[in-house]
Design a binder for this molecule. Structure first.
Ligand SMILES: [Zn+2]
Length: 306
């Protein structure tokens, strides 16, 4: 149900370096958009105060009542349902704290929350690269400093019975191999297919570090780059083939820093086809269409609940 002036909702996207908020009308028209640095060094209370101030500023500029406008909030990491405490967020000062309850209390009103991968997935499924598949099942992937994902079924996030649906970054693609993940297991996709994992693999082989984009640019000219990128392609192919085997989605949308590599969509997709339990792969594997805006769009969409 749409509430608020003219169907306006406010979405907030909390990241490790910036907090962004936007007032969005009719689901896809940005009226006001503002961002501030995440004051992590100043601590937890400062992050809450910065987010509250940002929402109030955006509401005022958009001419909506901050007490009643639908308000959604996306952030990395999850929440332990039993305790309400944040876990695994790269805005590290909120980890172990009841951020959702504290932010809603500071706002003095209810707030819809979800993780950044689910916000990305619903935004791309409804408004972005997979909009043609919005009546089906869309698997949204964040392939960046971590590996996350979200499942959208007929335009709605499927959170899962325990809230962990889509967390494909922590299924084992090479059981028992690789570095121990922060989750405690070994073999997690994230330890092979995240940007830092590929950079670490290159540095181990080459003896010197390079950012991912430069590693990709050395393809065909540097055997260490070729080996590191092959590691990415193979882990991506195995991981996504496993997801397709279980979920068989209508479309897959890829976001995050690693999604900017062209090889994801040709060699990566071909590797998914090699490993999938089928003699062909017709699933579209799509590059994100909303860019940095997916976070605030997705947060505004969950705010609406429509
Ligand atoms: Zn893990």
């Amino acid at each position: 149900m749409l509430t608020g002036a003219g169907g306006v909702a406010i979405g907030v996207d909390l990241g490790g370096t910036k907090i962004e908020a936007a007032a969005i009308e009719g689901g896809d028209r940005v009226i006001v958009r503002r961002r501030v640095p995440t004051p992590q060094a100043e601590g937890y209370e400062a992050v809450i105060a910065a987010a509250v101030g940002l929402v109030r500023d955006v509401a005022r500029e958009a001419g909506v009542d901050v007490a009643t406008v639908p308000l959604g909030f996306g952030m990395p990491g999850g929440v332990t349902r039993r305790t309400g405490l944040v876990k695994n967020s790269n805005a590290v000062c909120v980890n172990g704290r009841p951020f959702r309850a504290d932010f809603a209390a500071a706002m003095g009103r209810p707030v819809a929350f979800d993780n950044d991968a689910n916000c990305f997935a619903i935004a791309e499924a409804r408004l972005g690269a997979a909009a043609a598949h919005r009546d089906g099942v869309v698997f949204g992937v964040i392939l960046g400093s971590g590996v996350g994902g979200g499942v959208v079924v007929r335009g709605e996030i499927w959170p899962g019975a325990q809230g962990i649906a889509g967390e494909w970054g922590h299924h084992a693609v090479y059981a028992g191999r690789g570095a121990v993940c922060y989750c405690g297991q070994r073999g997690c996709l994230e330890t092979f297919a995240s940007g830092p994992a590929v950079e670490a693999d290159y540095a181990r082989r080459a003896g010197s570090a390079l950012p991912l984009a430069e590693i990709a640019a050395r393809r065909g000219a540097d055997p260490h780059a070729d080996a590191a990128l092959e590691g990415l392609i193979d882990a991506f192919g195995r991981g996504l083939a496993n997801v397709v085997d279980v979920l068989d989605p209508s479309a897959i949308v890829i976001g995050g820093g690693v999604s900017n590599l062209d090889l994801i969509y040709d060699e990566g997709a071909a590797r998914v086809a090699r490993y999938v339990f089928n003699d062909e792969l017709t699933t579209p594997i799509l590059r994100h269409a909303l860019g940095d805006s997916a976070g605030v769009f997705g947060a505004a969409l969950i705010a609406r609940g429509a």
